[in-house]
Write a protein that binds this ligand. Structure first.
Ligand SMILES: [Zn+2]
Length: 155
């Protein structure tokens, strides 16, 4: 019997990790607790591991998640839930961690805004992680407001 595969919306995450790679990070990845999503730059695939020891599967360039044979139903469900709103998961974990660290590079997060995001300012900017945020966050409204503000008065 063929193993099941799953459609995910991991594309924005992959693009963010690719931007970090282009910015000089050798092995870009994002940790959500024990879950790690690591970019394989040559193929554009994301490798999913648990606790840095167990491989859980691969996310292909087209966003399809192919789990390994011995993944448990709980592990499988967790990967899919996290991928559904990965920044939401990062934020939630950061909020409940006494000394939160950057989900990308692991540095301790000091500033309130970094703690809220769960990602340090440098990684957030280099990866342009705001592009990863769920589309339902009213991005359209915000950009039109910015466009108005950017209007330049003639001299
Ligand atoms: Zn970082």
């Amino acid at each position: 019997m063929a193993r099941p595969i799953y459609r995910t919306s991991a594309r924005p995450l992959r693009r963010a990790l690719e931007r970090l790679y282009d910015g000089g990070m050798r092995l870009p990845r994002l940790d959500v607790g024990q879950l790690r999503f690591a970019l394989h730059p040559a193929s554009g695939r994301l490798y999913v591991t648990l606790a840095q020891t167990k491989r859980l599967g691969t996310i292909m360039r087209n966003g399809i998640f192919k789990p390994v044979e011995d993944i448990t139903p709980t592990e499988n469900a967790t990967v899919l839930t996290v991928l559904d709103d990965i920044l939401g998961a990062v934020k939630t974990l950061s909020a409940f961690t006494p000394s939160p660290k950057c989900a990308v590079c692991g540095i301790p997060l000091g500033h309130a805004i970094d703690r809220t995001r769960g990602i340090g300012d440098k990684c957030w900017r280099k990866g342009e992680f705001w592009r990863v945020e769920k589309r339902s966050s009213g991005a359209g409204t915000r950009s039109s407001k910015l466009a108005k503000r950017r209007k330049v008065r003639p001299k």
